[in-house]
Design a protein around this ligand. Structure first.
Ligand code: AMP
Ligand code: MG
Length: 527
């Protein structure tokens, strides 16, 4: 707040939350809208600990008041951030925190600085025609998924708490002109930065280069301090390029990780791209059940499939290109920016190959023959619906030895990962056998002990993911006032790579009833 310009208004009252274009400022002062009956329904104790909050704090009546915005603590000066973005490939102008309000920033004892943000705490100058609120179902999805992502070892914003507001919110979930009243909820999100690619695009679009420079310098100083240190504390072109390269690296790593676990973000607009390389803004995201490179959970994107599973890497580059254009005025030469973008593509290919090798229990991707092996497996997945998560866990159970694997040996182990095992034709059986034996020979070259191989595989292939239908079941119970499933999923997903046999029924294929059910297979942006 001290480092960046605020919109010049003396106070923030509800009246001042009228939608407007905000120029020359990085944020606006706002006040959360008070809610009727705050009720804490889920909490992440680890995030609380990170923020130096105690069990007594969580148990206090004050907790729900504070984390719904009903009560401001001393030092809290809430604000909403101004940013723009490209949505589905088109420049969308000013967007901003339409329903996110930052309560402030804390310096934690062990985890650096953290910003505390409420999502769904009422209108801001950036709400445009919307209400600034969030409903229970999407808040549960954000709460559970961001914590699950963290425990998968993937950079993400965190979630401290999930509260009901005691108010009803109208939502037209199917966009069919039949809005329903849903329960309002607020998630408290935590991250060291909520700055997005779009935060840099907006000032450039408005030709406000001084604001752009302030934002870039502040971001580097606050969240990339090592880069600044290694550049003798000098803000210059060299530093900006190193920073852009670092953002590209983080974006690349993030997306490769998403592909590893079968996550589809669903709305990779530039306003949903975190500058520090975290997964941010959990909307109509989804998890791959049967492996399908073209799958998207987002109903708005069904035609184009711009943000489908396999397109995410390329979209990362497209988004970085928008960021490059945004920071160009500080660099004034395109070539090094282009080089970084090209490097991204190379890194992405290389990291994808390494990640796939590791999923298969191979030490490294050793070149074209390995790449052929990886691609052939995806071709097989395209011929019979195969559950990606189950397949890799089951593959780790296969014993590989000098003798040829027979169908009788592999089928009983791998067949649970097929949605319709009866569709495994003789031809396909032969193809799988061929692939498995190529794989067997390749894996044996690495000379790992069988248990070493399976242990390595199980460290990168989760057993438990937040399957779309699991989230939906927790939502349906919660809407009836039963929050136990949220807690249970939260617990299971804290150890996604461990066997946890007592929860085996949470590591199964998507049931058939969930195949076409809203919330389980498809989601709209309505949240
Ligand atoms: P999203 O697609 O959720 O990333 O949102 C795109 C933009 O719309 C962001 O500026 C959001 O803050 C804004 N937005 C989404 N939902 C709401 C809402 N219910 N009220 C106000 N603004 C919203
Ligand atoms: Mg967003």
């Amino acid at each position: 707040m001290r480092a960046l310009p605020a919109e010049s208004l003396v106070t923030a009252t509800a009246a001042q939350n009228n939608p407007r274009q905000v120029h020359g400022a990085a944020y606006s002062w706002v006040k959360p809208t008070p809610v009727k009956a705050p009720q804490l329904i889920a909490v992440s104790r680890r995030v609380a600990t990170m923020l130096d909050l105690t069990s007594a704090d969580i148990a206090s009546a004050e907790f729900a008041d504070v984390f719904t915005g009903n009560k401001l603590l001393a030092g809290m000066q809430p604000y909403a951030m101004c940013y723009g973005g490209h949505q589905f490939g088109r420049w969308a102008g000013q967007l901003g925190d339409g329903r996110a309000i930052n309560l402030g920033e804390v310096k934690t004892a062990r985890y650096g600085h953290k910003i505390i943000q409420l999502k769904g705490a009422g209108r801001t100058p950036y709400s445009r025609t919307a209400d600034g609120l969030a409903v229970l179902r999407s808040s549960i999805r954000e709460f559970l998924c961001s914590e699950a992502m963290y425990h998968l070892g993937i950079p993400t914003t965190r979630a401290l708490s999930l509260c009901l507001t005691g108010e009803k919110v109208p939502r037209d979930m199917f966009y069919d002109g039949r809005p329903q009243l849903e329960q309002g909820a607020i998630v408290c999100r935590v991250s060291s930065s909520f700055t997005r690619f779009g935060s840099f695009e907006l000032p450039v679009f408005r030709n406000d280069i001084p604001l752009l420079k302030k934002l870039v310098d502040h971001t580097i100083a606050t969240d990339f301090p090592d880069l600044l240190l290694n550049n003798n504390h000098c803000f210059n072109q060299t530093l900006y390029l190193k920073w852009f390269a670092e953002v590209a690296q983080r974006t690349c790593r993030l997306i490769v990780n998403w592909l590893r676990v079968g996550f589809v973000h669903g709305v990779m607009n530039t306003d949903n791209m975190s500058i520090i390389g975290e997964t941010i803004d959990y909307g109509p995201y989804g998890w791959i059940d049967n492996f399908d490179a073209n799958w998207t959970p987002n109903t708005t994107d069904l035609q184009e499939r711009r943000y489908c599973f396999a397109a995410q890497g390329e979209i990362g580059q497209w988004n970085l290109f928008q960021l490059a254009k945004a920071i160009y005025p500080l660099i004034e030469t395109a070539e090094p920016l282009n080089e970084i973008l090209n490097q991204y593509a190379e890194n992405y290919q290389q990291q994808w190959a390494q990640m796939t090798a590791e999923k298969l229990g191979l030490l490294h991707c050793k070149g074209d023959a390995d790449l052929d092996l990886f691609i052939e497996l995806e071709n097989l997945f395209a011929q019979i619906e195969t559950d990606m998560t189950l397949f890799y866990r089951q593959l780790a159970k296969l014993t590989l030895s000098a003798h040829t694997l027979t169908v009788e040996e592999w089928l009983p182990i791998l067949s649970v990962s097929f949605y319709f095992p009866e569709q495994l034709s003789d031809t396909l059986q032969v193809k799988f056998s061929q692939w498995l034996n190529c794989y067997r020979q390749r894996a044996l070259q690495d000379k790992l002990l069988p248990e070493q191989r399976s242990e390595k595989m199980n460290k990168v292939n989760p057993k438990f993911i937040l399957r779309n239908y699991l989230a939906q079941q927790a939502i349906e119970l919660a809407e009836q006032g039963d929050f136990s499933e949220i807690e249970k999923l939260q617990k299971i997903l804290q150890n996604p790579y461990q066997e946890q046999v007592e929860f085996d029924q949470y590591a199964v294929k998507r049931p058939e009833w969930a195949r076409h059910k809203a919330g389980c297979s498809m989601l709209s942006c309505s949240s």
